[in-house]
Design a protein around this ligand. Structure first.
Ligand code: HT7
Ligand code: ZN
Length: 875
């Protein structure tokens, strides 16, 4: 397969003003008629190039004249016509087979209903078209289908007319007045229930809001609807962005390659990102639904009204929209807790990506398959880059930049460069150096030391930065890093910051330094002795920080830092340091040594009534085995698991009384509510139980977890207990899993949890159990959620068993990737990444992992998706 390069971008030879589509919907053999109003692009030249994939061409005509075969070039993946007038109408008729579409790109069936997924390049599986985001057109769409089977007919924009046809058919015509690229086209036809509400915009327009779901799921839509309404209000208040049509529809489908899709006014969602009730969704699910509903809604401006010129600019819409949804959640809930969660995700998903064979800049320079670039780097690091701009420009300056961006580019397809230029021009600043974040891959390592001169009360930060080489990028440049710092006095209070050489009169306790050279010093005057620095407050920059803290200084920050993010960060650093030491002891055959300072600092936070319980729960959550192993030269998941468990058990032993008290305090008889405060209380109680469960051999503690499971009146508590029982070797586990299955076997969204929890079990025979589960009636290789829950979760979230000594974990993953390659290449390639981690393993495991990658590469009819991931992973 050939790589596509950013530098090769050329504008389209022809533009399309309007698209008229007519669908005659049948599972086997849908006819699609398209009538395009085409005109030559004065800025480009060449033939009319239309993309097409798996299409049967029935006819093609220019201005009403049918073309003969010799008048066009029809290839497997495109259709080209030369010698066309400057302006003409092109009529094309194609035939497609939705029922055969297991890739879930283009028009397909989910639960017997028709739906579409066109981003990134799915529209070419519906009709011949210039399937590129810089061709923007208005659309009229008419659908005809059997009325009994498909009573609901939806597309983008407004419903213009509808009526009855012959033979039990009916039809509907929709019109979308906003020009859009074809990746935002959507169609749904099915038998669906509707949950309705409405919203009055700031300017007084009424918008009809509808969520369509399978019959029987109407009672699980209220939270998503409420999230949508709050998102609409928030975007008006924070960014002055109002919804622009009279209808906003959401449709939930069970078979979906990702979480959701922002098609203009017709968002299509993976059911698990919409449906929620206390009995079926955990607090984390509620939070995710709120964030995804907001994310897709926010795309209406950042992505739809202003879209991407080409797919290299993907972070223009995704990074910015993730940033917006993070800010929304932060305003809806606890800001520090949200920041901690986001940084956990960044570290778990993006940092390893950026340190491995698939590392790429947020604006990649080449790709084989664009679907492989919907990555943590483009999304989450992209959001961090936007956040840094806001940190540099301030909230007001950032808003000015956003306003200018929309003023300049509404209804256009633009580049990341256009976004940065708007930020610069609106604020009169130069972001030239900052732009490097778009093109340079890798996570910068920032080392910080400090000196104190008692005679002059001068405190000096000494900063240095370095970014390691990444595939295809060597000798990295220093970046412009906005590093927010503070200083704590011995009393634990913030010290006012007076920077040497600046004459700012403000009394400030946190300051964002412009750190843009390889090495740089920043000095502060009037600092009393014994000050302890707090560095990268709020995680102002996505860097790996190493600072010369003593163990005691970390504990001091953990107890005192007014920046709650950094208080948590100090706890993570301290725990990581201690666990790494224990790993060393375990590896050299010694007994790990426990030091109790950490537990004391934890206890002081647990006892602090001023702290949000949700925050304390975060503080109590130790770094994951994967994160700890990433800090090692050669990963040793077994030792990491042993050390982490030993550490947790030791803390539980020391704090047993307080943990039991915390657990008991949480037993309040109030009804379930997904608000932040209630979630925080549940999180804290479940964190306490997590520690108490380390007394696995103690009957009382086992019983406590069993009781927690049995008496849970909501899914959060039920899953918290099930996750613990899942690692117990004994009858309790089987009893709980059987009860869960019995209760939820009819609910596919909940059954994903059942599959996933089992895939993540630490028990030694987990792989045998997983293999058996692939034959469970609730499991299907055609459903991406199921494959991700069982196979994906095993490979990415159960490192101890995935990296088993006999290599069976690797073999199982490779077998499944090969199998999935033929069904759904996008899903196959998305579960491959864990095999790319071979460089960090010992030689024996390296060999086994590489051999599985080679086996995948030797597969017949390997998709571009899997080829790209496997070949890059092998290196
Ligand atoms: N913009 C959407 C991306 C997406 C997608 C991409 C490739 C294949 C299938 C897909 N489904 C959705 C989702 C988003 O970021 O909002
Ligand atoms: Zn998005």
């Amino acid at each position: 397969p050939k790589a596509i390069k950013l530098q090769d971008y050329t504008p389209p030879a022809f533009l399309i003003d309007h698209v008229d589509l007519e669908f005659f919907l049948e599972p086997e053999g849908t006819r699609v008629k398209s009538l395009l109003k085409v005109r030559r692009n004065p800025d480009s030249s060449g033939p009319l190039h239309l993309d097409g994939d798996t299409l049967e061409l029935l006819s093609i005509a220019v201005d009403g004249r049918a073309l003969q075969e010799k008048e066009y070039l029809l290839d497997e993946f495109f259709l080209e016509v030369e010698g066309l007038p400057d302006k003409f109408e092109l009529a094309i008729e194609t035939r497609i087979d939705p029922v055969l579409n297991t890739r879930l790109e283009g028009l397909y069936l989910s639960g017997g209903n028709f739906c579409t997924q066109c981003e990134a390049e799915g529209f070419r599986r519906i009709t011949f078209y210039p399937d590129r985001p810089d061709v923007m057109a208005t659309y009229s769409v008419t659908m005809q289908a059997d009325e009994a089977k498909y009573p609901v007919l939806l597309s983008n924009g407004n419903l213009v007319s509808q009526g009855k046809g012959e033979g039990g058919k009916h039809w509907a015509k929709w019109h979308d007045p906003f020009p859009k690229p074809c990746y935002l086209f959507a169609l749904v036809a099915g038998d669906l229930a509707c949950y309705a509400d409405s919203y009055k915009t700031g300017s007084g327009r009424d918008v009809a809001l509808k969520i369509y779901v399978q019959h029987g799921n109407e009672d699980k839509c209220a939270f998503a609807m409420d999230s949508l309404i709050r998102s609409m209000r928030w975007d008006e208040e924070r960014f002055g962005l109002e919804y622009d049509l009279d209808i906003f529809n959401i449709v939930a489908v069970d078979d979906f390659n990702m979480g959701a899709m922002e098609n203009k006014s017709l968002n299509i969602f993976n059911s698990k990102c919409v449906l929620a009730s206390p009995d079926t969704a955990t607090d984390a699910d509620f939070e995710r639904i709120e964030a995804i509903v907001a994310h897709e809604y926010f795309h209406n401006w950042t992505g739809n009204r202003v879209t991407c010129r080409d797919w290299f600019q993907l972070s223009l819409k995704e990074g910015l929209t993730v940033y917006r949804d993070q800010e929304f959640s932060s305003d809806m809930r606890s800001a520090p807790v949200k920041r901690i969660q986001d940084v956990r995700t960044l570290r778990a998903r993006q940092f390893p990506e950026d340190a491995g064979p698939l590392s790429h800049p947020i604006r990649p320079e080449s790709y084989i398959e664009i679907n492989n670039f919907y990555t943590a780097t483009v999304y989450e690091k992209g959001a961090e880059v936007i956040r840094m701009m806001q940190e540099i420009l301030g909230r007001e300056g950032f808003r000015k930049g956003i306003d200018l961006y929309f003023e300049r580019h509404d209804n256009q397809a633009v580049t990341c460069e256009d976004f940065v230029a708007a930020m610069e021009d609106a604020n009169g600043v130069d972001l030239e150096h900052f732009r490097l974040w778009y093109s340079q891959a890798g996570t910068p390592d920032v080392a910080v030391t400090w000196e104190y001169d008692a005679a002059s009360s001068l405190f000096t930060f000494k900063l240095s930065q370095h970014t390691a080489d990444t595939p295809g990028q060597h000798n990295k440049q220093p970046l412009h890093i906005p590093l927010t710092i503070g200083l704590l006095g011995q009393d634990g209070q913030d010290i006012p910051l007076i920077q040497q050489g600046t004459n700012s009169g403000d009394r400030t306790y946190s300051k964002t330094l412009r750190f843009d050279c390889e090495q740089q010093n920043f000095s502060f005057t009037d600092v009393p002795p014994g000050a302890v620095p707090s560095i990268n407050r709020g995680f102002s920059a996505p860097v790996k920080l190493s600072a010369m803290y003593s163990d005691d200084e970390l504990l001091f920050l953990m107890e005192n830092d007014s920046d709650l993010f950094n208080r948590w960060e100090a706890a993570q650093s301290s725990a990581t340091r201690l666990i790494l030491k224990m790993i060393g002891e375990i590896q050299s055959g010694r007994e790990p040594q426990y030091v109790s300072g950490f537990a004391r600092a934890l206890a002081s936070n647990m006892a602090n009534p001023d702290l949000d319980p949700a925050f304390v729960a975060q503080l109590m959550t130790l770094p994951s085995i994967s994160y700890i192993s990433e800090q090692m030269q050669v990963a040793d998941f077994d030792a990491a698991e042993k050390a982490r468990s030993f550490f947790k058990h030791a803390i539980a032993t020391e704090l047993c009384g307080s943990l039991k008290a915390l657990y008991q305090q949480g037993v309040a008889g109030t009804a379930y509510s997904p608000d932040a405060a209630s979630m925080g209380r549940r999180a804290l109680r479940n964190a306490a139980m997590d520690y108490l469960a380390t007394f696995e051999d103690d009957r009382d503690c086992r019983e406590l977890v069993v009781r927690h499971y049995e008496t849970a009146d909501n899914m959060t508590d039920r899953m918290a207990a099930l996750a613990l029982l899942n690692d117990f070797s004994g009858a309790e586990r089987e009893v709980a899993l059987a009860a869960f299955e019995q209760r939820y076997q009819q609910d596919p969204v909940v059954m994903d949890k059942w599959f996933m929890v089992q895939a993540c079990s630490r028990l030694p025979d987990v792989l045998q159990r997983i293999k058996k589960l692939t034959s469970h009636p609730g499991f299907s290789y055609k459903n991406p959620n199921k494959v991700r829950a069982l196979v994906g979760a095993f490979a990415s979230a159960n490192p101890v068993r995935f990296h088993a000594e006999d290599g069976e974990g690797y073999r199982f993953l490779a077998d499944n990737i090969i199998h999935m390659n033929a069904i759904n290449p996008q899903v196959a390639s998305r579960i491959l990444a864990p095999l790319g981690g071979w460089r960090r393993m010992n030689p024996k495991h390296q060999k086994m992992m590489k051999s599985e990658l080679k086996r995948i590469l030797a597969t017949e009819k390997l998709s571009g998706d899997v080829y790209e991931m496997a070949s890059k992973s092998l290196g």
